[in-house]
Design a protein around this ligand. Structure first.
Ligand code: AMP
Ligand code: MG
Length: 412
Protein backbone atom coordinates (compact mmCIF):
# COMPACT_ATOMS: atom_id res chain seq x y z
CA UNK A 1 0.00 0.00 0.00
CA UNK A 2 1.34 3.45 -0.90
CA UNK A 3 0.44 6.93 0.32
CA UNK A 4 -1.89 9.27 -1.55
CA UNK A 5 1.09 11.58 -2.07
CA UNK A 6 3.17 8.84 -3.66
CA UNK A 7 0.25 7.61 -5.80
CA UNK A 8 -0.37 11.12 -7.07
CA UNK A 9 3.29 11.64 -7.84
CA UNK A 10 3.59 8.38 -9.78
CA UNK A 11 0.40 9.05 -11.72
CA UNK A 12 1.33 12.64 -12.60
CA UNK A 13 4.82 11.54 -13.66
CA UNK A 14 3.18 9.33 -16.28
CA UNK A 15 1.53 12.23 -18.11
CA UNK A 16 2.64 15.34 -19.97
CA UNK A 17 0.71 18.12 -21.66
CA UNK A 18 -0.75 16.88 -24.95
CA UNK A 19 0.14 18.31 -28.36
CA UNK A 20 -1.43 21.44 -29.80
CA UNK A 21 -4.47 21.97 -31.97
CA UNK A 22 -5.74 25.05 -33.74
CA UNK A 23 -9.18 26.25 -32.65
CA UNK A 24 -11.28 29.36 -32.96
CA UNK A 25 -10.81 31.74 -30.07
CA UNK A 26 -14.33 31.16 -28.77
CA UNK A 27 -13.74 27.42 -28.70
CA UNK A 28 -10.57 28.12 -26.72
CA UNK A 29 -12.57 29.41 -23.77
CA UNK A 30 -11.39 27.66 -20.60
CA UNK A 31 -8.51 25.96 -22.42
CA UNK A 32 -4.79 26.44 -22.08
CA UNK A 33 -2.94 28.33 -24.78
CA UNK A 34 0.10 26.58 -26.25
CA UNK A 35 1.79 29.55 -27.94
CA UNK A 36 2.98 33.00 -26.96
CA UNK A 37 0.91 35.74 -28.54
CA UNK A 38 2.59 38.95 -29.70
CA UNK A 39 0.66 41.97 -30.91
CA UNK A 40 0.99 42.33 -34.68
CA UNK A 41 -0.02 45.99 -34.43
CA UNK A 42 -0.41 48.68 -31.79
CA UNK A 43 -3.68 49.10 -29.92
CA UNK A 44 -5.10 51.56 -30.60
CA UNK A 45 -3.37 51.80 -33.98
CA UNK A 46 -3.72 55.63 -34.12
CA UNK A 47 -4.15 58.49 -31.65
CA UNK A 48 -7.88 58.95 -31.23
CA UNK A 49 -10.51 60.80 -29.26
CA UNK A 50 -12.22 59.17 -26.27
CA UNK A 51 -15.02 61.79 -26.22
CA UNK A 52 -17.49 63.38 -28.58
CA UNK A 53 -16.23 66.95 -28.89
CA UNK A 54 -13.78 69.24 -30.64
CA UNK A 55 -10.16 68.54 -31.53
CA UNK A 56 -7.95 71.60 -31.35
CA UNK A 57 -4.60 73.03 -30.26
CA UNK A 58 -4.47 73.34 -26.47
CA UNK A 59 -2.34 76.53 -26.71
CA UNK A 60 -5.25 78.26 -28.43
CA UNK A 61 -7.40 77.82 -25.31
CA UNK A 62 -5.09 79.59 -22.83
CA UNK A 63 -7.03 81.88 -20.53
CA UNK A 64 -10.43 80.57 -21.63
CA UNK A 65 -13.18 80.66 -18.99
CA UNK A 66 -16.99 81.02 -18.90
CA UNK A 67 -16.46 84.79 -18.63
CA UNK A 68 -13.79 84.79 -21.31
CA UNK A 69 -14.86 82.29 -24.03
CA UNK A 70 -12.92 81.68 -27.24
CA UNK A 71 -14.32 81.03 -30.72
CA UNK A 72 -12.93 78.43 -33.15
CA UNK A 73 -13.71 77.74 -36.81
CA UNK A 74 -14.93 74.22 -37.42
CA UNK A 75 -12.90 73.02 -40.40
CA UNK A 76 -13.84 69.35 -40.53
CA UNK A 77 -16.25 66.71 -39.25
CA UNK A 78 -14.55 63.48 -38.17
CA UNK A 79 -16.93 60.61 -37.42
CA UNK A 80 -15.52 57.37 -35.98
CA UNK A 81 -13.79 55.42 -38.72
CA UNK A 82 -13.06 58.50 -40.88
CA UNK A 83 -9.60 59.58 -41.98
CA UNK A 84 -8.94 63.25 -41.06
CA UNK A 85 -7.96 65.36 -44.08
CA UNK A 86 -7.08 68.72 -42.52
CA UNK A 87 -4.23 69.88 -40.31
CA UNK A 88 -5.61 71.95 -37.45
CA UNK A 89 -4.21 75.50 -37.54
CA UNK A 90 -4.38 78.41 -35.08
CA UNK A 91 -8.00 79.11 -34.09
CA UNK A 92 -9.33 76.01 -35.82
CA UNK A 93 -11.17 72.96 -34.46
CA UNK A 94 -12.52 69.71 -35.90
CA UNK A 95 -15.77 68.22 -34.67
CA UNK A 96 -14.75 64.73 -33.62
CA UNK A 97 -16.62 61.65 -32.38
CA UNK A 98 -15.50 59.05 -29.82
CA UNK A 99 -13.10 56.58 -31.42
CA UNK A 100 -12.25 58.83 -34.39
CA UNK A 101 -8.58 59.47 -35.24
CA UNK A 102 -7.11 62.73 -34.07
CA UNK A 103 -6.37 65.19 -36.89
CA UNK A 104 -2.81 66.45 -37.35
CA UNK A 105 -2.01 69.62 -35.46
CA UNK A 106 -4.55 68.98 -32.69
CA UNK A 107 -3.31 67.92 -29.24
CA UNK A 108 -6.50 68.04 -27.16
CA UNK A 109 -10.20 67.27 -27.37
CA UNK A 110 -12.77 69.44 -25.60
CA UNK A 111 -16.01 67.70 -24.68
CA UNK A 112 -19.22 68.62 -26.47
CA UNK A 113 -20.64 69.63 -23.07
CA UNK A 114 -17.93 72.28 -22.58
CA UNK A 115 -18.60 74.00 -25.91
CA UNK A 116 -21.47 75.56 -27.83
CA UNK A 117 -21.79 75.16 -31.57
CA UNK A 118 -22.87 78.23 -33.49
CA UNK A 119 -23.15 77.48 -37.21
CA UNK A 120 -19.69 76.48 -38.44
CA UNK A 121 -18.03 77.90 -35.35
CA UNK A 122 -17.72 76.65 -31.81
CA UNK A 123 -17.50 78.68 -28.60
CA UNK A 124 -15.35 77.27 -25.79
CA UNK A 125 -15.74 78.02 -22.11
CA UNK A 126 -12.85 76.04 -20.61
CA UNK A 127 -9.13 75.69 -21.07
CA UNK A 128 -7.93 72.47 -22.66
CA UNK A 129 -4.95 70.55 -21.34
CA UNK A 130 -2.52 68.99 -23.81
CA UNK A 131 -3.44 65.33 -24.30
CA UNK A 132 -6.87 65.65 -22.73
CA UNK A 133 -9.46 63.12 -23.95
CA UNK A 134 -6.93 61.54 -26.30
CA UNK A 135 -5.88 57.88 -26.31
CA UNK A 136 -2.46 57.65 -27.94
CA UNK A 137 -1.44 54.90 -30.36
CA UNK A 138 -0.04 51.90 -28.47
CA UNK A 139 -1.32 53.09 -25.11
CA UNK A 140 -3.19 49.79 -24.65
CA UNK A 141 -0.80 47.44 -26.44
CA UNK A 142 2.46 48.22 -28.24
CA UNK A 143 3.22 46.61 -31.57
CA UNK A 144 5.34 43.52 -30.88
CA UNK A 145 4.35 43.36 -27.20
CA UNK A 146 3.73 39.90 -25.69
CA UNK A 147 0.09 39.85 -24.58
CA UNK A 148 -0.41 36.17 -23.72
CA UNK A 149 2.02 33.46 -22.68
CA UNK A 150 1.77 29.73 -23.22
CA UNK A 151 0.25 28.02 -20.22
CA UNK A 152 -2.31 30.73 -19.58
CA UNK A 153 -6.02 29.98 -19.46
CA UNK A 154 -8.28 31.61 -22.01
CA UNK A 155 -11.07 33.56 -20.33
CA UNK A 156 -13.53 36.03 -21.88
CA UNK A 157 -11.05 38.92 -21.53
CA UNK A 158 -8.36 36.91 -23.35
CA UNK A 159 -10.86 36.09 -26.12
CA UNK A 160 -11.52 39.83 -26.46
CA UNK A 161 -7.80 40.65 -26.52
CA UNK A 162 -7.14 38.03 -29.21
CA UNK A 163 -10.06 39.36 -31.23
CA UNK A 164 -8.75 42.93 -30.98
CA UNK A 165 -5.44 41.70 -32.39
CA UNK A 166 -7.20 40.03 -35.29
CA UNK A 167 -6.39 36.52 -34.09
CA UNK A 168 -9.39 34.33 -34.91
CA UNK A 169 -7.54 31.03 -34.31
CA UNK A 170 -4.95 30.03 -31.73
CA UNK A 171 -3.03 26.93 -30.70
CA UNK A 172 -4.21 25.25 -27.52
CA UNK A 173 -3.45 21.92 -25.87
CA UNK A 174 -5.56 19.02 -27.10
CA UNK A 175 -8.21 17.44 -24.92
CA UNK A 176 -7.35 13.96 -23.66
CA UNK A 177 -9.46 11.00 -24.71
CA UNK A 178 -10.50 9.24 -21.53
CA UNK A 179 -11.86 5.73 -22.01
CA UNK A 180 -14.21 4.41 -19.35
CA UNK A 181 -14.70 0.66 -18.98
CA UNK A 182 -17.13 -0.57 -16.34
CA UNK A 183 -17.02 -4.18 -15.25
CA UNK A 184 -19.36 -6.28 -13.14
CA UNK A 185 -21.76 -9.14 -13.87
CA UNK A 186 -24.36 -7.44 -11.72
CA UNK A 187 -24.40 -4.35 -13.91
CA UNK A 188 -27.11 -3.52 -16.40
CA UNK A 189 -27.07 -0.85 -19.09
CA UNK A 190 -29.03 2.29 -18.40
CA UNK A 191 -31.80 1.46 -20.90
CA UNK A 192 -31.97 -2.30 -20.37
CA UNK A 193 -35.23 -3.68 -18.98
CA UNK A 194 -34.62 -3.66 -15.21
CA UNK A 195 -34.05 -7.03 -13.58
CA UNK A 196 -34.32 -7.19 -9.78
CA UNK A 197 -30.90 -8.93 -9.67
CA UNK A 198 -29.06 -6.17 -11.38
CA UNK A 199 -28.11 -2.60 -10.71
CA UNK A 200 -27.61 0.00 -13.37
CA UNK A 201 -23.95 0.68 -14.00
CA UNK A 202 -23.95 4.33 -13.04
CA UNK A 203 -20.21 4.82 -12.60
CA UNK A 204 -19.50 5.20 -16.28
CA UNK A 205 -21.92 8.10 -16.28
CA UNK A 206 -20.63 9.87 -13.19
CA UNK A 207 -17.06 9.34 -14.39
CA UNK A 208 -17.88 10.56 -17.89
CA UNK A 209 -19.46 13.64 -16.35
CA UNK A 210 -16.37 14.25 -14.20
CA UNK A 211 -14.15 13.84 -17.26
CA UNK A 212 -16.22 16.26 -19.30
CA UNK A 213 -16.43 18.74 -16.45
CA UNK A 214 -12.66 19.06 -16.26
CA UNK A 215 -12.19 19.26 -20.02
CA UNK A 216 -11.46 15.69 -21.15
CA UNK A 217 -13.34 13.74 -23.81
CA UNK A 218 -15.03 10.70 -22.26
CA UNK A 219 -15.45 7.52 -24.31
CA UNK A 220 -17.78 4.97 -22.74
CA UNK A 221 -17.23 1.42 -23.87
CA UNK A 222 -20.24 -0.04 -22.12
CA UNK A 223 -20.19 -2.78 -19.51
CA UNK A 224 -17.75 -5.68 -19.51
CA UNK A 225 -18.69 -8.98 -17.90
CA UNK A 226 -16.31 -10.15 -15.16
CA UNK A 227 -14.56 -12.32 -17.74
CA UNK A 228 -11.06 -11.92 -19.06
CA UNK A 229 -12.02 -12.11 -22.71
CA UNK A 230 -14.80 -9.59 -22.39
CA UNK A 231 -12.63 -7.12 -20.47
CA UNK A 232 -9.76 -7.54 -22.94
CA UNK A 233 -12.12 -6.88 -25.85
CA UNK A 234 -13.32 -3.66 -24.25
CA UNK A 235 -9.76 -2.55 -23.52
CA UNK A 236 -8.58 -3.38 -27.04
CA UNK A 237 -11.27 -1.12 -28.44
CA UNK A 238 -9.86 1.94 -26.67
CA UNK A 239 -6.11 1.61 -27.14
CA UNK A 240 -6.04 5.06 -28.80
CA UNK A 241 -7.14 6.72 -25.58
CA UNK A 242 -4.77 8.89 -23.56
CA UNK A 243 -5.88 7.17 -20.37
CA UNK A 244 -8.17 4.27 -19.54
CA UNK A 245 -10.33 4.30 -16.44
CA UNK A 246 -11.82 1.01 -15.37
CA UNK A 247 -14.44 0.80 -12.70
CA UNK A 248 -14.89 -2.27 -10.54
CA UNK A 249 -12.99 -5.53 -10.38
CA UNK A 250 -9.84 -4.32 -8.60
CA UNK A 251 -10.47 -5.78 -5.14
CA UNK A 252 -9.67 -9.25 -3.85
CA UNK A 253 -12.82 -10.97 -5.07
CA UNK A 254 -12.76 -14.13 -7.17
CA UNK A 255 -13.89 -12.25 -10.26
CA UNK A 256 -11.74 -9.16 -9.88
CA UNK A 257 -9.73 -9.46 -13.09
CA UNK A 258 -8.49 -5.96 -13.84
CA UNK A 259 -5.29 -6.36 -11.80
CA UNK A 260 -4.60 -9.69 -13.42
CA UNK A 261 -4.85 -8.13 -16.87
CA UNK A 262 -2.56 -5.29 -15.78
CA UNK A 263 0.02 -7.89 -14.75
CA UNK A 264 -0.23 -9.69 -18.08
CA UNK A 265 2.43 -9.71 -20.86
CA UNK A 266 3.08 -6.30 -22.43
CA UNK A 267 1.23 -4.57 -19.64
CA UNK A 268 2.41 -3.07 -16.39
CA UNK A 269 1.14 -2.72 -12.88
CA UNK A 270 2.81 0.17 -11.04
CA UNK A 271 0.95 -0.04 -7.79
CA UNK A 272 -2.15 -1.40 -6.13
CA UNK A 273 -3.76 -0.11 -2.97
CA UNK A 274 -3.53 3.45 -1.74
CA UNK A 275 -3.77 4.51 1.89
CA UNK A 276 -6.99 6.40 1.39
CA UNK A 277 -10.61 6.05 2.36
CA UNK A 278 -12.64 5.66 0.29
CA UNK A 279 -10.64 4.21 -2.59
CA UNK A 280 -8.11 1.88 -1.06
CA UNK A 281 -8.09 -0.85 -3.77
CA UNK A 282 -7.13 1.54 -6.58
CA UNK A 283 -4.63 0.15 -9.10
CA UNK A 284 -2.40 2.00 -11.57
CA UNK A 285 -0.41 0.73 -14.50
CA UNK A 286 -0.45 0.53 -18.28
CA UNK A 287 -1.97 -1.65 -20.98
CA UNK A 288 0.69 -1.55 -23.66
CA UNK A 289 1.55 2.15 -23.72
CA UNK A 290 -1.79 3.40 -22.43
CA UNK A 291 -1.94 4.31 -18.75
CA UNK A 292 -4.81 2.70 -16.89
CA UNK A 293 -6.32 3.50 -13.52
CA UNK A 294 -8.33 0.67 -12.01
CA UNK A 295 -10.95 2.38 -9.88
CA UNK A 296 -12.92 0.55 -7.23
CA UNK A 297 -16.53 -0.08 -8.21
CA UNK A 298 -18.25 1.62 -5.33
CA UNK A 299 -19.85 4.73 -6.75
CA UNK A 300 -18.47 7.06 -4.10
CA UNK A 301 -14.97 5.56 -4.19
CA UNK A 302 -14.74 5.92 -7.94
CA UNK A 303 -15.75 9.56 -7.81
CA UNK A 304 -13.52 10.47 -4.88
CA UNK A 305 -10.54 8.69 -6.46
CA UNK A 306 -11.19 10.51 -9.69
CA UNK A 307 -11.12 13.83 -7.84
CA UNK A 308 -7.87 13.08 -6.04
CA UNK A 309 -5.82 11.20 -8.60
CA UNK A 310 -7.28 11.45 -12.10
CA UNK A 311 -8.56 14.99 -12.44
CA UNK A 312 -5.04 16.36 -11.82
CA UNK A 313 -3.67 14.08 -14.55
CA UNK A 314 -6.33 15.23 -17.02
CA UNK A 315 -5.61 18.86 -16.18
CA UNK A 316 -1.90 18.23 -16.69
CA UNK A 317 -2.61 16.77 -20.15
CA UNK A 318 -4.70 19.84 -20.94
CA UNK A 319 -1.65 21.98 -20.18
CA UNK A 320 -2.87 23.43 -16.89
CA UNK A 321 -0.32 24.45 -14.29
CA UNK A 322 -2.66 24.50 -11.32
CA UNK A 323 -3.87 20.91 -11.08
CA UNK A 324 -5.76 20.97 -7.82
CA UNK A 325 -9.11 22.01 -6.47
CA UNK A 326 -9.13 24.88 -4.04
CA UNK A 327 -8.96 24.02 -0.35
CA UNK A 328 -10.02 26.16 2.59
CA UNK A 329 -9.82 25.80 6.36
CA UNK A 330 -13.18 25.29 8.01
CA UNK A 331 -14.46 24.76 11.52
CA UNK A 332 -15.68 21.19 12.04
CA UNK A 333 -19.28 20.89 13.20
CA UNK A 334 -18.92 17.48 14.91
CA UNK A 335 -16.43 14.93 16.27
CA UNK A 336 -14.92 12.49 13.75
CA UNK A 337 -12.92 9.37 14.53
CA UNK A 338 -10.77 7.62 11.98
CA UNK A 339 -8.17 4.94 11.52
CA UNK A 340 -4.55 6.02 11.76
CA UNK A 341 -2.43 5.60 8.63
CA UNK A 342 -5.12 6.36 6.06
CA UNK A 343 -6.04 9.70 4.52
CA UNK A 344 -9.78 10.23 4.76
CA UNK A 345 -11.92 12.12 2.27
CA UNK A 346 -15.19 12.79 3.99
CA UNK A 347 -18.25 13.97 2.11
CA UNK A 348 -19.38 17.23 3.58
CA UNK A 349 -21.31 20.38 3.22
CA UNK A 350 -19.45 23.57 3.79
CA UNK A 351 -20.99 26.97 4.28
CA UNK A 352 -19.94 30.44 5.16
CA UNK A 353 -20.30 31.67 8.71
CA UNK A 354 -19.38 35.32 8.70
CA UNK A 355 -15.79 35.51 7.52
CA UNK A 356 -15.20 31.81 8.27
CA UNK A 357 -16.36 28.47 6.96
CA UNK A 358 -18.22 25.79 8.86
CA UNK A 359 -18.32 22.21 7.64
CA UNK A 360 -20.53 19.25 8.53
CA UNK A 361 -20.42 15.70 7.20
CA UNK A 362 -23.28 14.08 5.33
CA UNK A 363 -25.05 11.60 7.59
CA UNK A 364 -24.19 8.27 5.94
CA UNK A 365 -20.65 7.79 4.71
CA UNK A 366 -20.73 4.26 3.22
CA UNK A 367 -18.85 4.25 -0.08
CA UNK A 368 -21.85 2.58 -1.71
CA UNK A 369 -24.19 5.41 -0.76
CA UNK A 370 -24.30 7.50 -3.91
CA UNK A 371 -26.87 9.77 -2.33
CA UNK A 372 -24.16 10.89 0.05
CA UNK A 373 -22.37 12.48 -2.93
CA UNK A 374 -25.46 14.28 -4.11
CA UNK A 375 -25.56 17.89 -2.91
CA UNK A 376 -22.09 17.52 -1.42
CA UNK A 377 -19.98 20.62 -2.02
CA UNK A 378 -16.73 19.67 -0.34
CA UNK A 379 -14.54 16.88 0.96
CA UNK A 380 -12.99 17.14 4.41
CA UNK A 381 -9.42 15.88 4.11
CA UNK A 382 -8.13 14.31 7.32
CA UNK A 383 -4.42 13.51 7.37
CA UNK A 384 -2.97 10.02 7.85
CA UNK A 385 -1.77 10.61 11.41
CA UNK A 386 -5.12 11.90 12.73
CA UNK A 387 -7.34 9.68 14.90
CA UNK A 388 -10.02 11.68 16.68
CA UNK A 389 -10.79 15.12 15.34
CA UNK A 390 -12.88 17.23 17.69
CA UNK A 391 -15.83 19.41 16.93
CA UNK A 392 -14.70 23.02 16.62
CA UNK A 393 -11.21 22.21 15.33
CA UNK A 394 -10.08 23.57 11.98
CA UNK A 395 -9.95 21.07 9.12
CA UNK A 396 -8.92 21.23 5.47
CA UNK A 397 -11.83 21.12 3.01
CA UNK A 398 -11.45 20.57 -0.70
CA UNK A 399 -14.11 22.54 -2.56
CA UNK A 400 -15.87 20.60 -5.27
CA UNK A 401 -17.11 22.28 -8.46
CA UNK A 402 -18.24 25.86 -8.01
CA UNK A 403 -19.06 25.26 -4.36
CA UNK A 404 -17.82 28.69 -3.36
CA UNK A 405 -19.88 30.53 -5.91
CA UNK A 406 -23.00 28.76 -4.74
CA UNK A 407 -22.48 29.93 -1.20
CA UNK A 408 -24.13 33.08 0.05
CA UNK A 409 -21.96 35.95 -1.00
CA UNK A 410 -20.09 38.11 1.47
CA UNK A 411 -21.05 41.12 -0.58
CA UNK A 412 -18.61 43.83 -1.52
P1 AMP B 1 -16.19 -4.03 -7.15
O1 AMP B 1 -15.17 -2.94 -7.06
O2 AMP B 1 -16.29 -4.61 -8.51
O3 AMP B 1 -15.97 -5.04 -6.08
O4 AMP B 1 -17.58 -3.34 -6.86
C1 AMP B 1 -17.87 -2.79 -5.60
C2 AMP B 1 -19.33 -2.39 -5.51
O5 AMP B 1 -19.60 -1.35 -6.43
C3 AMP B 1 -20.29 -3.51 -5.82
O6 AMP B 1 -21.36 -3.46 -4.91
C4 AMP B 1 -20.75 -3.19 -7.22
O7 AMP B 1 -22.04 -3.67 -7.47
C5 AMP B 1 -20.70 -1.71 -7.26
N1 AMP B 1 -20.39 -1.27 -8.64
C6 AMP B 1 -19.42 -1.74 -9.42
N2 AMP B 1 -19.41 -1.15 -10.62
C7 AMP B 1 -20.42 -0.25 -10.60
C8 AMP B 1 -20.94 0.68 -11.56
N3 AMP B 1 -20.41 0.81 -12.77
N4 AMP B 1 -21.99 1.43 -11.18
C9 AMP B 1 -22.52 1.32 -9.95
N5 AMP B 1 -22.07 0.47 -9.02
C10 AMP B 1 -21.05 -0.33 -9.33
MG1 MG C 1 -17.24 -6.31 -9.23
Amino acid sequence: MISVEEALKRILDSFSPLGLEKVSILDALGRVIGEDIYAGRALPPKDHSVMDGYALRSVDTRGTSPENPVIFDIVEDIPAGAIPKMRIQVGQAARIMTGAPLPKGADAVVRMEDARKEGNRVVLFVEARKGQNIRYAGEDVQAGEKVLSRGEIIRPAEVGMLASLGRSFILIHQRPLVAIVATGDELAGIDEPPSPWKIIGSNSYSLAALVRECGGIPIQTGIAKDRREDLLAKFRAVMRADIILSSGGVSVGDYDLVKEIMKGPGNRMQFWQVAMKPGRPLAFGALGDVPIVGLPGNPVSSMVCFEQLIRPAILKMLGHENLFRRTVRARLGEDITKKKGMRYFIRARIRRDGEDYVVVTTDRQGSDILKSMVRVNGLIILPEEATTVRKGSMVKVQLLDDALERMPSLGY
